[in-house]
Design a protein around this ligand. Structure first.
Ligand code: COA
Ligand code: ZN
Length: 311
């Protein structure tokens, strides 16, 4: 986190490509990840360790992690849905492993075929397995409370259930917690209220949000979370993304736009705009059939824009 005011984790190679209608070739994924890192992204979720039959786009994650590990200073993140995924991620050498733990019972069963409590039990087992690893092989573990703001399958998700799951994850031994708006239902008032409630319950282990822009409120929600103290934000280049097991889920908040929002507020993201747009070109060339979104890429910087000059 050092040297930046807000920490952006690019999740496009995982959240984006898992939901794309086409496969990005392994070589293109590697080039994209290298370009993202060259633009200043210090943390990239490069893939997931799920059954390849279930999500073929993630079949090459082991090779992708190996590539990403060669990039100096990059924190390589992978998603795992269970103990087996955790073991595969550890073997591949992921620096950080994230678990999607849905607060919605229905999404949890749809996504990981487990209840939220069964999923927490998997995370606990992984934390125990980690403790038995040699110190230099122990990954960071993140619990992402998915569908925290509502669910397309179940509808409302109670805030007390989100607080309960977050508390159980902390007890299980995770290092950090993120609140995930998996289907883009959140609004800024709800974000403020829930972020505060969870932080009051678990403290500083809550450090970030994972936002989808399905109803256009991604940036507004990011700002609301920032104002409540969030400093870690997941986003996806070109606004790719969505959970294949949550009907109606669509893309993440757009990395390029999120970087612009924070930089224009005078906050340092450590990310270079020109290099970011070059990475976007590599993404588009790597998977040309997939539509990309975002405002900043088309509009560019305002005339006379100066980095670090807060309005
Ligand atoms: N990686 C690779 N293979 C795995 C695996 C993993 N993480 N977990 C299980 N498997 C294999 C098992 O070994 C078994 O193989 P076999 O048929 O050859 O014996 C098979 O998959 C079924 O295993 P099971 O434990 O019964 O899993 P399941 O069918 O109940 O599925 C999950 C459970 C969690 C593996 C699956 O629902 C999943 O991967 N969900 C994540 C979906 C996702 O990525 N969503 C988007 C991100 S939030
Ligand atoms: Zn997501």
């Amino acid at each position: 986190m050092s040297g930046v005011d807000v920490h952006i984790c690019e999740v496009g190679p995982r959240d984006g490509l898992q939901n794309a209608h086409h496969l990005m070739p392994t070589a293109a994924k590697k080039a994209w990840i290298s370009a993202l890192a060259a633009a200043g992204l210090r943390e990239i979720e490069v893939g997931s360790f799920v059954p390849p039959k279930l999500i073929p786009a993630m079949a090459d994650t082991g090779e992708i992690v190996a590539h990403a590990r060669t990039i100096p200073g990059l924190k390589v993140v992978a998603l795992a849905p269970n103990v087996k995924g955790f073991q595969r991620a550890v073997e591949a050498g992921a620096h950080k492993i994230g678990f999607p733990v849905s607060a919605s019972h229905m999404h949890s069963v749809s996504n990981v075929r487990m209840t939220p409590d069964e999923m927490v039990a998997q995370v606990k087992e992984c934390c125990e397995l980690r403790a038995a690893l040699p110190a230099d092989k122990r990954p960071e573990i993140e619990g992402a409370v998915a569908t925290a703001f509502g669910c397309t399958l179940q509808g409302e998700v109670s805030e007390s259930e989100v607080v309960r799951i977050a508390g159980l994850l902390v007890e299980a031994g995770v290092d950090c917690i993120a609140l995930a708006d998996t289907v883009g239902y959140a609004n800024p008032a709800q974000m403020r209220r829930l972020y505060r409630k969870v932080r009051d319950a678990i403290g500083a282990k809550l450090d970030g949000v994972h936002l989808h822009n399905t109803r256009g409120l991604g940036l507004a929600n990011a700002l609301a979370a920032y104002e409540e103290g969030a400093r870690a934000f997941d986003s996806s280049m070109g606004g790719l993304g969505g959970c294949p097991f949550a009907p109606g889920a669509s893309g993440n908040v757009v990395t390029e736009d999120l970087v612009f929002m924070f930089e224009s507020m005078g906050l340092n993201t450590g990310i270079d705009f020109d290099a970011l747009l070059r990475a976007r070109e590599i993404l588009v060339n790597g998977i040309p059939e997939e539509p990309v979104y975002g405002h900043f890429a088309g509009a560019g910087l305002p005339k006379g824009f100066r980095r670090g000059a807060a309005a």
